[in-house]
Write a protein that binds this ligand. Structure first.
Ligand code: HPA
Ligand code: ZN
Length: 352
């Protein structure tokens, strides 16, 4: 569809960013646990936290790198014990997602964070799957689950987790790879990803957040992923940029996360414009919104505010990319893309 995006005044952009339909493809459900909910669940489950109050916990959210965040993120997840806890956490996210006009959310979850504490994988998956069904029915948000392997643990542990999860195969659409990136290259998980591909699961992996471009190459060639999570360090490697552009390999970029974890000193230095200029299928996502200062619309607003070269055309491109990169069915993707065009057509008419 050709539209004259230039007629949309810049001061209409924040409202349009908020209202446009969009998909979120990189969101760790454990990273949506707000301090208030952490304390409520701790009380409900009799878990003692190493923080005296919500304020004290929030004050600890001053991160210097990925590991400094992960230490607090895993501590926060320790309050999740029962199926209801996982359900309540995911429903809180879906309600926020509906407000941000997210029509599709593909949620990461970390089963090993819970099974290592003695929580059965069935408890985790059943609670999250029930939230996905409820979100569709009550909020009209399409949800799906992607099981992430923790890369600081062994490939044998990933295989064991996969075996346990396969009893619930109908409840997740794919697998991913997260946690401490440096020192744990994608190829450490080649065999388990091969097995997942044989099982017909979708494949994604975090790469090129703190790790070098070589990790992105390895995720592509060794793990044969369908999307790269983060991938922002790809800009350091022109040949990699070429490969990502020509194959329309999606990158699920998380701007607020990148600033909070010091991947970039400020948002103004974020490389999202360069990724889009090079023709990559880049998307905007919130990663761990309870920890990084904002849900998806906040990511859009702050990114566009700090980077004036981003225009209404880029906003449309980013939302269109999110549907293109999603693992939803073709009919849904077409419907969402049409709703996106309708939102922009209305904004163009309003600007004239
Ligand atoms: N990177 C790696 N692991 C994670 C992240 C992230 O941004 N968020 C939650 N687990
Ligand atoms: Zn992530």
């Amino acid at each position: 569809m050709t539209m004259n995006f230039d007629s949309i005044p810049r001061d209409h952009l924040p409202a349009l960013l908020r209202a446009m339909p969009k998909a979120e493809l990189h969101m760790h459900i454990e990273g949506s646990l707000e301090p208030e909910l952490i304390f409520a669940l701790a009380k409900r489950n009799g878990v003692v936290l190493p923080y005296a109050s919500v304020e004290e916990l929030r004050a600890a959210y001053a991160f210097t790198d990925l590991q400094s965040f992960l230490d607090i993120y895993y501590a926060g997840a320790s309050v999740l014990l029962r199926e209801e806890d996982f359900f309540d956490m995911a429903m809180a996210y879906f309600r926020r997602a509906a407000i941000d006009h997210i029509v599709r959310a593909e949620l990461f979850f970390d089963p090993q964070t819970h099974t290592e504490r003695g929580v059965p994988i069935a408890t985790v998956i059943n609670g999250l799957a029930r939230a996905c069904e409820t979100a569709q029915r009550e909020l009209g948000v399409s949800g799906a689950l992607i099981l992430c392997f923790l890369r600081h643990l062994s490939e044998a542990a990933a295989f064991e987790t996969l075996e346990q999860a396969l009893a619930h195969r109908e409840h997740f659409i794919g697998v991913g790879l997260d946690s401490s990136e440096l020192g744990h290259p994608p190829e450490k998980f080649s065999r388990v990803f091969t097995r997942c591909r044989e099982l017909g699961l979708h494949l994604v992996a975090h790469a090129g957040e703190e790790g070098p471009p070589a990790y992105v190459w390895s995720a592509l060639d060794e793990l044969r992923v369908q999307r790269i999570d983060h991938g922002v360090r790809s800009v350091e490697d022109p040949a990699l940029m070429q490969r990502l552009a020509t194959t329309r390999m999606p990158l699920t970029v998380c701007p607020l996360s990148n600033v909070k974890l010091c991947v970039y000193p400020t948002m103004a230095q974020h490389q999202l414009p360069a990724l889009l200029e090079a023709g990559l299928c880049a998307t905007i996502n919130s990663d761990d919104p309870a920890y990084f200062g904002g849900y998806l619309n906040q990511n859009f607003i702050e990114t566009f505010e700090a980077l004036p070269q981003l225009t209404a055309r880029h906003a449309h491109r980013l939302a269109a990319n999110s549907f293109e990169a999603s693992f939803a069915g073709a009919k849904d993707k077409l419907r969402w893309a049409r709703a996106l065009d309708a939102a922009f057509a209305a904004a163009v008419r309003q600007g004239q």
